[in-house]
Design a protein around this ligand. Structure first.
Ligand code: ACO
Length: 323
């Protein structure tokens, strides 16, 4: 049977760095608090770009890295919780910008699980009638952050990354996955609330664009549900935890990552992290990490790699890949 295969990766990070020390000049926080609780030292934020600009740069790099033309793409999925606009979708803006005239394009909203969910949808599309697609995670979370709120402002960063996927008849690519959503716990991580101001509505809930998170609940959710989905994905692939070369977890918090490594009895160096330099970039984080590791040669073909996303929704998803 034809399987989904990653043929190229790319990333785009804004240039403006904001260190913990710089943040502590605009809010009551400090590097020691942020680093010891999250593993984050700095993040990058946009100055002029929006989400579609970062995603378009990734798309152009992907075409170059894969040495393919835009008209060979059948679809473009952009996973994001911070689109430029609800319509057009960020993916449609990218499609227009790169001239992917044969591709349909749409956004997918699954917060920090966005890349994993996007790859799952891509796998179904490629299993039916399509041959090649692009899946990008792109976020400008700095526009959803209340820069007066130290409990969330220190956590997030902007960035984008993605992959080109096509099909293969070799026994590589996406081996297994387990995705779960806990909508009853969605209130623990909210951002981008609209107000219905139609002239017929009664008392309305006011608009609120900013992040609000119950950090403890999200932390407990991640350390409980990530091992659960990872275990199932490994079982479905008929692999043990030892068989995986690298675990690429969503880069929310270094303590979450090390707790999962311990739970599976795995060495910390099989769980690479980059939140120290990039912060939490939601749907972009796993793709950014993947592209960094591919670029450095640490991740290469022949290896078994797990992708694990978790966050808003609440959502969680694990995939096992043979690269
Ligand atoms: N600097 C200094 N002090 C702070 C800061 C800050 N930036 N933020 C909070 N504090 C204070 C609080 O006010 C509180 O003080 P108090 O005890 O006097 O009230 C104290 O520090 C402890 O605050 P907590 O919120 O209890 O801190 P906690 O140890 O839970 O850490 C954190 C907070 C880092 C957010 C943690 O809960 C966490 O990482 N949760 C997981 C978040 C996550 O993974 N999100 C991923 C999903 S993101 C997505 O989907 C888009």
């Amino acid at each position: 049977m034809e399987q989904l295969k990653i043929v190229a990766s790319a990333r785009q990070i804004p240039e403006r760095q904001v260190t913990n020390d710089e943040l502590s000049t605009i809010m009551d926080t400090n590097d020691e608090w942020i680093y010891s609780r999250t593993g984050i030292r700095q993040r990058q934020v946009v100055t002029t770009e929006n989400t579609s600009d970062l995603a378009t740069q990734v798309a152009k790099k992907l075409l170059e890295n894969a040495d393919i033309t835009a008209d060979s793409l059948d679809f473009i999925i952009v996973s994001t919780m911070s689109p430029d606009t609800l319509s057009p979708s960020t993916a449609a803006i990218v499609q227009g910008a790169i001239g992917a005239s044969n591709a349909f394009a749409f956004d997918l909203s699954a917060a920090c699980s966005g890349l994993v969910y996007g790859l799952s949808v891509a796998s179904s599309l490629l299993a039916t009638r399509y041959k090649r697609g692009m899946v990008i995670g792109a976020e400008v979370l700095s526009k959803l952050v209340d820069w007066q709120d130290r409990t969330t402002a220190v956590l997030f960063g902007d960035g984008a990354a993605g992959v080109i996927v096509d099909t293969t008849s070799e026994n590589i690519g996406l081996l297994s996955e387990e995705l779960r959503t806990f909508g009853d716990k969605g209130d623990n991580l909210v951002a981008g609330r609209f107000a219905n101001t139609n002239p017929f509505s009664g008392e309305i809930e006011p608009a609120d664009q900013y992040f609000h998170q119950n950090g403890r609940e999200v932390y407990n959710f991640a350390t409980r549900e990530v091992p659960a989905v990872l275990k199932v994905a490994l079982e479905k692939a008929q692999l043990s935890a030892d068989d995986v070369d690298y675990y690429l977890l969503h880069q929310a918090n270094a303590r979450i990552v090390s707790s999962i490594a311990k739970r599976f009895g795995q060495p910390a160096d099989k769980f690479p992290t980059n939140m120290a330099t990039n912060g939490n970039t939601s749907a972009a984080s796993i793709g950014i990490l993947l592209d960094e590791l591919v670029e450095s040669g640490q991740v290469h073909s022949g290896q078994t790699v797990a992708f694990v996303g978790f966050g808003g929704g609440l959502t969680v998803g694990a995939q096992i890949w043979k690269i």
